[in-house]
Design a binder for this molecule. Sequence first.
Ligand code: C2O
Ligand code: CU
Ligand code: CU
Length: 517
Amino acid sequence: MINRRKTLKALGIGALGASGIPGLITPKTIAQHSELATTALNSLNIPPLEEGSITDTVRQFQLTMQRGSRSFLPDSPSETLGINGDYLGPTLHFRRNEDVSLQIHNQIGEPTTLHWHGFHIPASEDGGPHQTIAVGDTWNPQYKVLQPAGTYWYHSHMLHKSAEQVYKGLAGLIIVDDESNEELDLPSTYGTDDIPLIVQDRNFNREGALVYRASYEDTVIGTHGDTILVNGTWRPYFEPQTALVRFRLLNAANARTFTFAFSDGREFYQIASDGGLLNSPVPMTTLELAVAERAEILVDFSDGREVTLVSLGKTPTFPEFPGGMSGMIRSLNAQSFDILAIRPQQNLSGQVILPQRLENIGRPTGIITEITRKIRLSMGFGTRSGDDRGPGRGARNGRGGGHGGGHFSINGRVMDVNYINERIPLYSTEIWELTNTSPMMHPFHIHHGLFQVLDRDGAPPPANELGWKDTVKVNPGELVRIVMRFEDFADPDNPYMYHCHILEHEDRGMMGQFLVV
Ligand code: C2O
Ligand code: CU
Ligand code: CU
C-alpha cells in the first residue's frame, strides 16, 4: 500500500503554470480584485445526499419536479424550479451494477423531462425530448447503472425549453461509486471532504429576483450571467475541516465556460473527468470546463491559508468590427469571477496523500467495424453563412444562415423530432469527426454512453482529456476526433440525442438524433 502513494508535493511534476498560458488573466491579477474573500456571506449549501430505498435489490427514488421560491440574494424571493426542493435537486447516490428505479412526478405546471447525463442506458429510459412527462404525470425510468464511478448529473431536456427550465433550477448531481474506487481511499465523506460544486452564472433584476431574459444576445451566444451561484448559494464560503479536499466540479451554466484556478495560483490535481477516474492525477493550476463537463480535483489546504476559487477571464482574440457579432464573440468568457471563498478551519485533520495510479483506461483497440461519421456544427448570424447547405428540407433546413441569428444546425440541419439523422449499426466502433464552422466554441455531447477523445487537429489531447468523456469542446475551425463503441441497447423506435450543450443552441436546433439498429 505505502509505495503506491506519495505526498502531493512529491508528485508535483510538470504542472502548467497559469502565467505560462497566453490570454489568461493570472490569479495574481484576480487576487487584487478579489472581493469574495471579505464579502462571502453564505455558508456553501450542500445538496442533500439521496440514497433512495432498496426494495427487492432495486434502489428506488421519489423525485418531484416542483415550483418554488428562494431568496438567493437577501430578502429577494425568486420564482424557481427544483427537484424535491425549491432550486436544483438532491445528489443521487448510485452504485455501479445496481438497478435503480425512479418515480419522477411533474408538478411544475408545464411539460418537462429528466435526463441522466452521461449514463449508458436504453434510449427509452434516457429522459430526452421523447420522454416528455405531461403536467401532473409520473414517469418511471428503470435501468442498471453501468458506468464507472464518477460524477454525473441530471437535468431537464424538454424540447425548446431546456435552457429556461435548467436555468430556473431543474438540475442535480449524481455520484456513482464502485468497489475499485472505494479501495483508493480518496476523500469520500460527502459534505465534509468530498464536496459537490455546481457552478452557474445567473442574472438578477433590480429587485434581486432571478430572471431568464432571453435577449437577442442570449439566444445567439447563450445566456451568460453576471452573478455566480454555487449549489444555489450566492457569495459562498466553505470551511475545510481536512487538509485534503475533493471537489466535484460541474459546469451547470447555460453557456459560459469557466477556467478554474485558485487566487494564490496553487497547484491542484484533477483525478476524474466526465466519466470517472483518470489513469493518474494530473497536476495543474488552471482547469477549463465547458458547459456540462465535470472534473474531480484534489486540493491541499494544509497550509491553513484562506484562498478563493476563481474563474479566470480570457483576453478577447476575435477581431473587432462593426455590428453586433464581433462584440458578442469578444465578450465570451472575458469576465473573471470569484467562485468560492475557502477558509480552512484550525487543526485540519487527515493527511495529504493520493494514489499515483487511479485507473487503467486503455486507448480503444480491437476495432471491428469502423465507421467514420462527420459532424459539422454551424450557426448563422445576421447574414446567410452560405457555407452550410445541408441535405435538409423544410423552411429552415439546408440553409445554415438566415436573419436574426439562431440558425443553429448540425450538418446543415436544424433539429427535427420527426427526423432520424443517423442510424448506427449495433456492434460498431465509430469515429466521429467533429468540426465547427462558427466563430464560437461548442461543447458537443452525445447520449448513449461515454467516448474517448482521439485527437485535436491531429495532436493528442491534453492529459485531462484522456479519460472517459461525454462532452467535448469543439473550438472554431478545429477538427476533434472521438471514438466510441455501440454494442448494446439497439432500439428501432427510440433515438438518442447528440447536441451542443450550450442550452440555447440545443433548444434552437443544434441537436440531432440517432438510432442504434
Ligand atoms: Cu446534458 Cu442531452 O444532455
Ligand atoms: Cu446527456
Ligand atoms: Cu453551441
